[in-house]
Design a protein around this ligand. Structure first.
Ligand code: IVH
Length: 680
């Protein structure tokens, strides 16, 4: 490569990597695999080495990654959060071992761990209490996400045992596979875009503004690194094991290895077993155990020389695309699904893969009969990543997206700016009708668990229900003896399912119980497009009852915090439809909650993002009570005055130290009356 070509390629790679970095870190929507990304990075590193005169001081190879997001307070890391150098090759791992031996001799131990695929977090503990949780950010400073992190149940807020006074512990926040599948399914049902993989779901979750929503996300955290001046042991392994006694979730997938052969054994066994784990991993991390040896080996600007990550390649196979079928969701959204020649991939047999929408089909240029490459990286649902054009038959016609609904025949529509096609036949398209009722009864909505998919189908097929309100008009006689023939696929015999007295009573009871569900759940259950649980709660708090909400205009709605144009339009459209208004009236007639009652746990967001220290004796609140009230209004109660405190709520006999500290830091000191006014 000559100089001219090199500058051009360096520039091209820089732009590409910056773009992918942004998609990955900021938008949480990567479009290439980790492997492809790392290959680009490797090429750039190589070229910059070869042509140092063209290396840009702002090159993506110089930073650890991640722009700084504005919403959260920026916090400087006490110890920089370095990254690990990565490799996909056994040879490079052997080279790493050689370098280590050259520097510290042969008398050392490795520790092998899994490389958890999530987002890293640094937790600071002071006197046994979680003081602060900070994301990696750019490696020197990150976002203070303490409030969100506190919702993760496996992260201790108070430690046990004999812990150091002041230390940091680092780990990975992740969403386990099962929770991810459930959570994504809910998003699809709500008409929201699903996350591409558990890692994006985890990083999206901890960056959310509302901790109540974070608390609903099935997040977990594994700790893998302890830092501090007064740690009990002089090595990584023992401190990590000890941290378990302090209450930390320290993974047991860890091994001490005496040589490279043992390291390879660990890698090989997890490369095979990884599919059995309940969470995603993308490789293995190898660390030199002893701290003094780590010090000897030292770090580069970006990563320690005493550790390396061996990454697994995303498994990819080729198979034939037999057909593309289409599913109709409850919102009428049409999802294309690839039907594949069954093939083994990462421990399971893959028959289907998601194709998302018409644009993706067009971009990939997939055609029926093509040989396609299917990959399962971080994702649970495999995806088609490319077509093997060399195997395409000459006369394979371009794939035409359907123009009519596969279920009811209605002509499909595609609104401007939207990726999906929709079937507009809301009232006559069976999967839409059944889907809406299924959503209505689901756990996070009306929670009628005595009904399930099969029973809803039976009721619909027998002409007993056509919308959610019909459920509340069902009678004992309607249900008793209701029959359905089901295909028993195993023995090929048909089976008859018939409702007996007990089932009928169960169903009716469940429906009756659901009348106690609070208004925000009812609002969510209605299935207004783009109104997921958070939006429903927001609307319920703001408007308090359905009559207010029915009358609200688009202009008013977009002024509500977090209600964007798309949601506002959807809410207005929903209530402008007389069919919806009629259904709501029928639900109200039967006693379904159409207003917020006082027992509701979240009262407002008037203290959103405000950290408040309450001290001394208060007239209206107990010590615990005031904390709850602060939280109910979206604030963060805290017990010590620091730079991050927004107000000191000073009651009778407030400690002089707290008052002095607040004055020193210029933090407003408020009275109980002033506080009450704030949340009025
Ligand atoms: S140790 C200085 N151990 O991989 C080394 N990291 O590219 C600190 N990761 O930012 C990291 N599993 O998010 C370490 N067992 C493990 C890990 C692990 C996942 C992540 C972590 C880190 C990234 C390094």
């Amino acid at each position: 490569m000559d100089k001219r070509e090199a500058t051009k390629r360096i520039q091209q790679l820089t732009e590409l990597i910056n773009e992918h970095n942004h998609r990955y870190y900021i938008e949480s929507k990567p479009v290439i695999s980790d492997y492809e990304f790392d290959m680009l990075m490797e090429e750039l590193i190589r070229l910059e080495k070869e042509f140092p005169e063209f290396a840009d001081p702002n090159s993506p190879t110089k930073r650890v990654g991640g722009d700084i997001t504005k919403e959260f307070r920026q916090v400087q890391h006490r110890y920089p959060m370095l990254s690990l150098s990565n490799t996909y090759s056994e040879q490079e791992l052997t080279d790493f071992d050689t370098r280590v031996r050259k520097a510290i001799g042969d008398n050392f131990t490795y520790v092998c761990e899994l490389k958890y695929d999530g987002v890293s977090i640094s937790l600071h503990y002071l006197n046994g209490r979680l003081e602060r949780a900070v994301t990696r950010g750019d490696g020197t400073q990150g976002d203070d996400v303490t409030t969100n992190i506190k919702t993760i149940r496996t992260i201790p807020l108070k430690l046990k045992g004999n812990y150091p006074d002041d230390f940091e512990i680092r780990g990975e926040i992740f969403m386990p596979k099962e929770g991810f599948a459930r959570f994504n399914q809910e998003r699809i049902e709500n008409g929201e875009e699903p996350f591409a993989n558990p890692r994006n779901a985890a990083s999206g979750s901890i960056k959310m503004q509302h901790s109540a929503e974070v608390a609903r996300r099935p997040l977990d955290c594994y700790l893998y690194f302890v830092l501090g001046d007064n740690l009990p042991f002089g090595n990584h392994y023992d401190n990590l094991q000890k941290a378990r006694d302090w209450g930390f979730n320290v993974p047991r997938y860890i091994a001490k290895c005496n040589n490279l052969d043992e390291v390879f054994e660990f890698i090989k066994s997890w490369e095979k077993e990884r599919t059995q784990l309940p969470f995603e991993i993308d490789g293995v991390v190898i660390k030199v155990n002893d701290y003094s040896q780590q010090e000897e080996l030292d770090t580069t600007a970006k990563s320690p020389r005493w550790a390396i990550a061996y990454k697994f390649k995303a498994e990819r196979v080729a198979t034939k695309l037999n057909a593309i079928s289409f599913q109709v969701g409850r919102t009428g959204a049409i999802t294309p699904v690839a039907n594949l020649e069954p093939v083994r991939l990462a421990g399971t047999t893959v028959k289907r893969a998601s194709l998302h929408n018409a644009d993706i089909i067009a971009t990939l240029d997939v055609r029926i009969g093509d040989t396609v490459f299917v990959e399962k990286g971080g994702e649970i649902i495999p995806k088609i990543v490319a077509v093997d054009f060399t195997k395409r038959s000459e006369n394979a016609p371009e794939f035409q997206f359907i123009s009519n609904c596969p279920e009811c025949g209605t002509e499909l529509v595609r609104r401007e700016g939207e990726a999906l096609h929709y079937c507009p036949n809301e009232d006559g398209c069976p999967p839409q009708i059944k889907g809406r009722i299924q959503h209505f009864i689901s756990r996070n909505a009306m929670d009628i668990d005595s009904l399930g998919e099969g029973k809803v189908e039976m009721l619909y097929d027998n002409g007993l229900i056509n919308n959610a309100a019909d459920l509340y008009y069902l009678t004992y006689d309607d249900l008793l003896g209701l029959e359905k023939t089901i295909d028993a696929t195993e023995d090929k015999k048909e089976k008859k399912l018939s409702f007996k007295e007990k089932t009928v009573n169960n169903i009716l009871n469940g429906i009756e119980q659901s009348k106690r569900q609070p208004f925000d759940k009812v609002l969510y259950a209605l299935g207004i497009r783009y109104a997921g649980q958070t939006v429903a709660k927001k609307l319920a708090i703001h408007y308090r009852n359905i009559d207010h909400l029915k009358k609200v205009t688009y202009e008013e709605l977009i002024l509500v915090d977090e209600i964007g144009e798309r949601i506002a339009q959807s809410v207005v459209d929903y209530f402008n439809d007389p069919r919806h208004v009629k259904m709501i009236e029928r639900l109200r007639e039967k006693g379904v909650q159409m207003e917020l009652t006082d027992a509701f746990e979240i009262l407002s967001d008037k203290l959103a993002e405000k950290t408040i220290v309450a001290s001394g004796k208060l007239e209206h609140f107990s010590r615990e009570g005031i904390k709850t009230v602060i939280q109910q209004h979206g604030g963060r109660p805290s017990s010590s005055v620091s730079k991050i405190t927004d107000y000191l709520l000073a009651g009778e006999n407030t400690g002089p130290n707290k008052l002095a500290r607040a004055k020193e830091l210029n933090i407003p000191i408020i009275t109980e009356e002033e506080f009450l006014k704030m949340i009025e």
